[in-house]
Design a protein around this ligand. Sequence first.
Ligand code: SAM
Length: 238
Amino acid sequence: YFVEQPLVLHKEQPLTNDQCHHILHVMRMRSGDVVRLADDSGAVMLAELRVQEGRVWALPTAIVPAAQEGAPITLIMGLIKGERWEWAIQKAAELGAARIVPLQSRYCVVRLAEEKLEKKLARWQTIAREASEQCKRSTIMKVERPITMRELADVRSEQNLIAYERCDATSRSLAGALRGHSPASISVMIGCEGGFSEEEAMQAKELGFAWVSLGPRILRAETAAMAVLANISYEWES
Ligand code: SAM
């Protein structure tokens, strides 16, 4: 379970309502049972539970080595519709993205109303936290505020790629672009259902995002994102 306060050995932590529910009613754990806690600095500890009147506290008793996170991956992804977007958040967290940056690009069907944004962001971050917990990451994948192409320069990394199905002859396959590189960080752009306009692809290229192909088939946006993350993990983590 991820806790909001920094973990301190032998200092009891209250757990959130959702965590209490999960521990008591899903996992059916009791006082004295041991769970694994992580805070967002990457610290991971074993902690003993104390249950009192339906609330749960956890007492960290031992430090455990945190799972190693690879070079931070920023997934810049065109906003896609509801369930597919939420699925993408969950799977991106499992496949090791450090953050997902929703991109409001030209052909996006989804247009986020300003008044609904905070609620959406909170829901997306909960999905990311639960998925990060479930796969025992030592940090929670962040869901950033949506950006437009104008802010693209701000989310660049050391290596920058854009999956573009209309690549020209000078572009490479994703595997070719990854192999032999070990950058300190990587950003990858994936388009929405309607893909990128030619102008957006050019704009990205000018900012240093190399065009890469994901093969001869046109993948759905969320499949393309997972193919990219799985390839990065295969090249750099295996
Ligand atoms: N219309 C489908 C959908 O609803 O998801 C396909 C959308 S495809 C245009 C979405 C994005 O996936 C593209 O903008 C691109 O980033 C990536 N993509 C899909 N297939 C690709 C390929 N073969 N090579 C490079 N990028 C690809």
